[in-house]
Write a protein of this length. Structure first.
Length: 182
């Protein structure tokens, strides 16, 4: 179904919905980490597609349009719910403050553990990771800069993330809280 969007019949729309709804929910959940929110986001994208089916005239595939719409709405959801997440984090942090033993590591100590884990990565792996995470380069930009294939970039990032997950598995919850508070 890589046709461009024109006027969709009900049957075509239903086929699109059945084909893409679950994969799009999974895609959105990768951004928002909430199955219900992802479900709602995808439903809204399909409602919007149906409502604007006569007016849409894209030079891209329906699949591309759907994934782009879901990504954008997922990012909007995160932006719009930042204040809500902050109040949840405040509740979580007050729980840790009430129980000092549960919060046995300071933010500086956690950052030192993260830095140590990154420093332990093989040189090329660390370089790829830092270019992606700290300089915000896309995989293609990293590949061009280091004169390596994009597949090598993907493999090195996968390796780096695996090592970091393993090294920091006992501290992931705290790391997430600290990162969201920045």
């Amino acid at each position: 179904m890589s046709q461009t969007i024109a006027i969709l019949s009900e049957n075509e729309f239903e086929s699109l919905f059945k084909l893409y709804f679950k994969p799009l929910c999974g895609f959105s959940k990768g951004f928002v980490y909430d199955a219900d929110a992802a479900h709602e986001i995808v439903q809204n994208v399909f409602v919007n597609l149906w409502q604007k089916r006569d007016a849409l005239d894209l030079n891209q595939s329906i699949k591309s349009y759907l994934y782009t719409s879901v990504r954008n709405r997922s990012l909007n959801y995160l932006r719009d719910h930042k204040k809500f997440r902050s109040s949840i984090l405040d509740d979580e942090l007050s729980h840790y403050e009430a129980s000092p033993s549960a919060f046995s590591i300071e933010q500086d100590d956690l950052q030192a553990l993260i830095d140590q884990s990154i420093a332990s990565l093989p040189e090329k792996c660390r370089e790829v990771f830092e270019l992606s995470r700290f300089e915000g380069l896309k995989y293609q930009e990293i590949a061009d800069k280091l004169q390596i294939s994009i597949k090598t970039v993907e493999n090195q990032m996968g390796k780096a993330l695996k090592v970091l997950r393993e090294d920091l598995k006992d501290y992931v919850g705290l790391w997430i809280i600290f990162r969201l508070l920045e």
